[in-house]
Design a protein around this ligand. Structure first.
Ligand code: 76R
Length: 248
């Protein structure tokens, strides 16, 4: 049996994708729409409080294309809190105008392929900050789930530790060449959701997503072993954009 890599886990993650029921939105009276927007903003303010208290973080983006219209990405200390957030949102008047489109449950994960031996990673403030990250307010988000292949000769989980470490080193080198232009959050979802990892990228330039993901396709860890689900890409929903989006 190949040796399993040790992983460190941080905050639990929920990516909650919704579509807007535009027909109902356009047909509803202005007072109801106003009430809905107020309750959405109140929900977002509650979410922001977790960030201020450093007990979590929430990002809110619009999604381009027909897979969904908006996404909340929540990071919290427990799965229970994620459940509560889901319910709190459902209780808002705004939620009545949304249709669930997709969701993803995972936990922020760092693997130890590159860990320095003999050190306690939980004593390293940099590592703790990566396990409990404040989500950036970058202009764009990109999310997709992925697996490492288990198919005949191409079985990641049968590769010896040293081979996987070597491949992850090369993967990390490509990633690092994008430092400052992209922030990546890898969340593990084995046992939680339909794929093995969620990949969430933040950048001010959407072309960085395309170039990074493309370059990685040529790297063995992705070229031989990467299997990918649907890609979701979108734009930061700040207050002016939010108002513009829902004005009819
Ligand atoms: O933690 C580290 O920084 C060490 C290096 C590293 C690991 C162990 C690293 C760096 N990643 C690691 C693990 Mn990654 N990553 C992805 C994708 O589209 C694709 O082909 C792959 C999707 C991207 C875009 C990306 C970006 N990474 C992982 C794992 C877990 C594998 C396992 O445990 O078996 C997955 C699934 C994964 C996928 N990675 C980086 C990046 C970037 C930008 C970096 C550099 C980070 C930095 O140094 O700041």
């Amino acid at each position: 049996m190949s040796e399993a890599v040790q992983t460190l886990e941080g905050w639990y993650a929920l990516h909650d994708f919704r579509s807007i029921d535009w027909q109902s939105w356009k047909a509803s009276p202005p007072e109801l729409r106003e009430q809905a927007m107020e309750e959405l903003e109140q929900f977002l303010r509650q979410c922001a409080q977790a960030g201020e208290a450093k007990t979590g973080s929430t990002a809110f983006y619009s999604i381009v294309g027909q897979k969904a219209d908006i996404v909340f990405m929540h990071l919290r200390e427990t799965l229970d809190e994620l459940n509560e957030l889901e319910a709190n949102f459902q209780k808002t008047a705004f939620a009545d105008f949304t249709i669930p489109a997709y969701s993803y449950v995972s936990v922020v994960e760092l693997s130890s392929y590159m860990a320095k031996p003999g050190t306690n990673p939980m004593e390293d403030p940099e590592i703790v900050a990566r396990l409990k990250p404040q989500l950036p307010q970058s202009r764009h988000i990109c999310f997709y789930p992925m697996n490492k292949k288990r198919d005949g000769q191409d079985n990641w989980y049968m590769e010896p530790m040293e081979r996987r470490r070597e491949m992850m080193r090369n993967h990390g080198l490509i990633g690092r060449s994008y430092a400052g232009r992209v922030k990546q959050i890898i969340t593990g979802s084995v046992g939680f959701d339909d794929w093995e990892w969620g990949v969430t990228l933040f950048s001010d330039d959407p072309l960085v997503f395309k170039k990074l993901v493309y370059e990685m396709r040529f790297d063995e860890a992705s070229a031989r072993y990467g299997e990918f689900g649907g890609f979701y890409v979108g734009n930061l929903l700040d207050k002016p954009k939010l108002d513009r989006l829902f004005t009819v």
